[in-house]
Design a protein around this ligand. Structure first.
Ligand code: FE
Length: 309
């Protein structure tokens, strides 16, 4: 089994930091903490930070932070990485301070995506999380949500996360987007959240296709639809329900061009009773694709049902 307990934090490199600050706070409902170096931490719960926004032209994910339970678990992970021939670096005292954890290591997955594993993320119960719009997020043992990564070789990357980090496959989606053109997705978990990580191979210049954050009631998903309309935020996939994790969600384009899935009602999975499924479509209904204005075809997206299909 995995010593990875959760997707604990993320770092995004964003070219429009002021735009992102407003988007993350007024639209998504995350709490900003401005840092002396100009970066911004976003809170979703009592933890000091769940997402770090850094001014960077990448407009992509800069690091994934995977949580382990304690020092012993981090030692086991070091041994596991070494046995798999994956080199890692211990975080310096400055790194540990920067990430607000007790200890961390850095390594890269088989695609070169920067990963960190840590224990002891700072909690700020003396300064409770306060969403600017009153949203509450489902985190805790399920971690902050999930990410979908674009990989040149989904099967190889799936094997890497399974064999090296100990993730388990929850299911697959093999979606025929056009006659003879199937896009395959692997959904993987490291806790009871149906997936903390999903993988797909599509021609896209970014590592991150989307990240998902989950609110604790459906009304807050509904409200987001109308906030988007009022604020002119582009809805990439309309309201719908996913076929595999049952999430009721909407996908919005972020100022960095990747998407955020804003959802409620995600499935929790128990290892003892779960068996791997496969699906022919990503959604039971909805999630209709809306090309971002001015985007040249083919649009880099997860490609759900097309309006013009
Ligand atoms: Fe998702």
């Amino acid at each position: 089994m995995s010593d990875i307990k959760a997707l604990g934090y993320l770092g995004f490199g964003v070219s429009d930091l002021p735009g992102w600050r407003g988007y993350a706070t007024d639209f998504l409902g995350l709490q900003p903490v401005d840092r002396p170096d100009g970066s911004i931490d976003l809170r979703m719960d009592d933890h000091a930070a769940r997402i770090r926004l850094v001014a960077d032209a990448a407009d992509d994910i800069l690091w994934l932070g995977w949580e382990v339970a304690d020092a012993a678990a981090l030692d086991r992970l070091r041994a596991r990485l070494a046995a798999a021939g994956v080199s890692y670096e211990d975080g310096s005292p400055a790194d540990v301070k920067d990430r607000q954890v007790e200890a961390l290591i850095r390594f890269a997955d088989c695609d070169g995506t920067p990963c960190e594993a840590y224990w002891g993320l700072l909690r700020r119960t003396e300064a409770p999380f306060l969403s600017p719009i009153g949203a509450r997020f489902v985190t805790g043992r399920q971690g902050l949500g999930h990410v979908i990564l674009i990989t040149p070789d989904r099967v190889r990357t799936e094997a890497w996360y399974r064999d090296v980090l100990g993730f388990r496959v929850s299911d697959y989606v093999h979606a025929e987007m056009a006659p003879g053109m199937t896009v395959d997705f692997t959904f993987m978990r490291c806790n009871s959240r149906h997936h903390s990580l999903a993988l797909c191979s599509v021609p896209m210049p970014k590592r991150l296709q989307h990240f998902m954050i989950e609110v604790d009631n459906i009304d807050d998903v509904g409200r987001s639809i109308y906030r988007a309309e009022d604020a002119g935020v582009h809805t990439m996939l309309s309201f719908g329900r996913h076929s595999n994790d049952n999430m009721l969600s909407v996908y919005y384009i972020t100022p960095s061009g990747f998407a955020v899935e804003y959802g409620w009602g995600g499935l929790e999975v128990e290892d003892e009773s779960w068996h791997v499924q496969n699906h022919a479509a990503p959604s039971a209904w909805g999630h209709r694709f809306r090309p971002p204005p001015g985007t040249p075809a083919p649009v880099p997206t997860i490609m759900h049902e097309r309006e013009d299909a």
